[in-house]
Ligand binder design. Structure first.
Ligand SMILES: *Cc1c(COP(=O)(O)O)cnc(C)c1O
Length: 372
């Protein structure tokens, strides 16, 4: 992989064009081919991709956007940055995505959008969410920042509604050497608007034939252009993505085989992919345990790094305190925040590493049980 990355970086240095140049256009085309999206618009992060997507889909100041109570911060902050108001919805404990029944109950007169989120290892239920959206005249967008490679019925994540996003933050399944992101959409008007908004409102470059749309007075454009260096890195890594996704699936199987039935584990990840056009991708391997914080400390003492996704439900974060939510309002989100932990997981691990992690997890849980 390194020779390809080096070659890509050299091309950028020799071109002297470091921002918003040819490499970005090539990456957009390659990602359109990979995802099947009619349009891919490269931007500087997944967060900005969400903000620009919401604006391009016609969000007006004060519009309600239904979002899950449990997700990465940017799911909700992007709504505020775009001028909207997050309306939080509890999650399905199995998929960690917005629960369609709770969604229907949370719709108000000011709701205009639903932002479904695909987290960790499986795609959210979009059929039920889309049915609710249709009944209430809401536009569906997807925070598919973690979901590269995931498909339902042959359609890639992010393309089941008005549009979606990808994040190329270094730890994501396809990671750059810094920040980068993209908007995915089949709608030429949305594509043209995002292409203008990312560059101070100037109509998009012609390389990928974005419709030349000047953004109107509602939203001034911003500077959210993608760096060519990141585009070159991603172009070099993209051909290896499918192989890495297969390796990730094998690692996840190895984890599940070793942890299944272990007393003290409340939940192991389960994919909901069923048909031939359905595919899930393990971005992280997340388990739930009763005594999460003690397990994290124990693994840390044994040199095993973990990541707690997500330690505080979004409605309880200081940025959204003004909405007045109380503990107990989102029981499933709160339970996930208390119990979920991601074990070491990336494409360079092998099953020997998985064995070591699982032995340490199991011996900790066994010792807790005897101690009780
Ligand atoms: C990573 C991520 C984002 C934001 O992407 P950045 O590129 O880090 O800005 C948004 N939503 C979810 C669910 C994410 O995991």
């Amino acid at each position: 992989m390194w020779p390809a990355i080096e070659k890509g970086l050299e091309d950028v240095f020799l071109s002297g064009k470091f921002s918003h140049g040819k490499q970005v256009g090539h990456l957009e085309s390659a990602l359109a081919a990979y995802t099947g999206a009619r349009h891919v618009i490269g931007v500087n992060s997944g967060t900005d991709a969400l903000v620009l997507l919401l604006r391009a889909c016609g969000l007006r100041p004060g519009d309600g956007v239904l979002v899950p109570a449990y997700s990465f911060f940017a799911t909700a902050s992007a709504v505020v940055l775009a001028g909207g108001r997050p309306q939080f919805v509890d999650i399905d404990p199995e998929t960690y995505a917005m629960d369609p029944v709770a969604l229907e109950a949370a719709v108000t007169d000011s709701s205009r959008f639903v932002m479904q989120v695909h987290l960790f290892h499986t795609m959210a239920d979009l059929e039920a969410v889309t049915a609710v959206a249709r009944r209430h005249g809401l536009t569906v967008v997807e925070d598919s920042a973690e979901a590269i490679g995931m498909r339902r019925g042959g359609v890639h994540a992010g393309l089941h509604g008005a549009g979606g996003v990808l994040s190329f933050f270094p730890s994501k399944t396809l990671g750059a050497l810094g920040d980068a992101g993209a908007v995915l959409t089949d709608d030429p008007e949305v594509a043209g608007t995002v292409a203008a908004l990312r560059h101070h409102g100037r109509p998009g470059r012609t390389l990928n034939n974005f419709p030349a749309i000047s953004t109107d007075s509602v939203w001034p454009g911003v500077n959210s252009k993608m760096d060519d260096i990141q585009a070159a890195v991603l172009l070099a890594k993209l051909p290896l993505l499918e192989e890495q996704i297969e390796h990730r699936a094998a690692l996840a199987d190895a984890y599940t085989a070793r942890l299944k039935g272990t007393p003290g584990i409340l939940r192991l990840p389960r994919t909901t992919a069923q048909g031939p056009g359905d595919r899930d991708v393990f971005y992280v391997y997340l388990i739930e345990v009763e005594d999460r914080d003690a397990l994290v400390d124990h693994l840390d003492r044994h040199g095993i790094g973990t990541e707690v996704y997500y330690p505080l439900p979004l409605p309880h974060q200081p940025a959204f305190a003004g909405l007045g939510h109380r503990p107990g309002d989102f029981p499933n989100a709160e339970a996930a925040s208390r119990h979920a932990v991601a074990l070491p997981f990336h494409a360079d691990l092998d099953t020997g590493d998985v064995d070591r992690v699982c032995d340490t997890v199991r011996s900790f849980l066994a010792a807790r049980r005897t101690a009780v």
